[in-house]
Design a protein around this ligand. Structure first.
Ligand code: ATP
Length: 319
């Protein structure tokens, strides 16, 4: 290979820029040319490419979001569109691509590899919901954002005998919620893994109010589980606490990446280039048991997600 393309796809995440920088710099240092592909698979199909040199990726390490832009292109599942993309890449003499994104983006990378363009996937999302890795690029930064917000809510909740119901992201993965709940000493955590029983939650809060005499309570809940305004209303009606809902929303996706995410992204970016130099395609990079690893995307997508049972048990023991 002589020329490597790089794109970001799906939802953006802090640390994507650090990965773009790492791939670019390691590739350049090994004598490759690098092309930035704008707006994910959309730009890839349209040939929206920009040459990357060392200075193109200066001053982006600390910036959230992605300088290459991200987009969704549902038609990329279509074989004809994929073939068109391969033609466009070949015209631009790009013979390998690093894709930073989620599992949908991985499927696109797998498809391109089957058509002869070696691709490597890097896990970029705050949700930590991508198989093949213990941690995704962006998760640590989002966790820091959530913890900061919940700490602030706790200050004001305790002054008013409130129960704060905080909805966090995670896209059907409870990691952000359970890590935040342990970090903040939340009273209750509700995630896809714990399941949700409204009556149980109200009962537990009544107990915390009457028997434990808690001055405040924090409930951390994953998105897409319950209407948090409704839950807060029920808490006000059925327990001694005044319920207040806070949906943290897209602030969780922003901000300067944490040092941990910057290092993770840099290590993963380096690994992606190493794999391409070894002629490997169709793999995704992960951090498993503190080691940078890779495995075929197909294997990652069909393997069960890491279990967080130990974290839920710990949470239960700490409340
Ligand atoms: P996030 O976790 O942030 O949602 P994602 O990568 O899973 O990230 P998707 O919207 O699922 O986000 O996928 C991003 C893009 O990847 C899609 O817009 C599409 O271009 C491409 N893609 C998704 N699924 C496939 C597939 N089965 N085959 C080929 N390309 C796909």
């Amino acid at each position: 290979i002589r020329r490597i393309g790089i794109l970001t796809s799906g939802g953006d995440a802090p640390g994507m820029n650090a990965a773009i920088r790492a791939v670019t710099r390691v590739a350049l240092a090994n004598g490759f040319e690098v092309m930035g592909i704008k707006d994910g698979y959309r730009g890839l199909v349209e040939g929206n490419y920009i040459p990357m040199d060392k200075s193109t990726v200066s001053d982006i390490l600390n910036r959230g979001g992605t300088v290459l832009g991200s987009a969704r292109l549902t038609e990329f599942k279509d074989l004809e569109i994929q073939k068109k993309a391969v033609q466009t890449l070949q015209n631009a003499k790009i013979d390998a691509v690093v894709v930073i994104g989620g599992d949908g983006s991985y499927r696109g990378a797998m498809a391109l590899t089957k058509l002869g363009i070696n691709c490597i996937g890097l896990p970029g999302t705050i949700d930590n919901d991508i198989p093949g890795t213990d941690f995704t690029i962006g998760f640590d930064t989002a966790l820091n954002t959530v913890v900061e917000a919940v700490d602030k809510l706790r200050d004001t909740s305790s002054s008013h005998h409130r129960c704060s119901v905080v909805e966090v992201m995670g896209n059907r993965c409870g990691d952000l919620a359970v890590w935040a709940a342990i970090s903040c000493g939340a009273e209750i955590v509700i995630t896809p893994e714990t399941g949700y029983d409204e009556l149980d939650v109200l009962e537990r809060l009544r107990y915390l109010d009457k028997a434990v005499k808690k001055r405040h309570a924090i409930v951390v809940i994953s998105e897409k589980i319950a209407d948090v305004d409704e839950l807060a209303r029920k808490i006000s009606q059925n327990t001694g606490f005044a319920g207040r809902a806070t949906v943290l929303g897209h602030v969780q996706r922003g901000g300067s990446p944490s040092p941990r995410d910057r290092v993770l992204a840099s290590m993963m970016g380096e690994k992606a280039v190493d794999l391409l130099m070894d002629g490997v395609g169709g793999h995704c990079v992960g951090m498993i048991d503190n080691k940078v690893t890779s495995m075929p995307i197909e294997e990652a997508l069909s393997s069960p997600r890491h279990s967080r049972k130990d974290l839920y048990r710990l949470f239960d023991r700490l409340v």
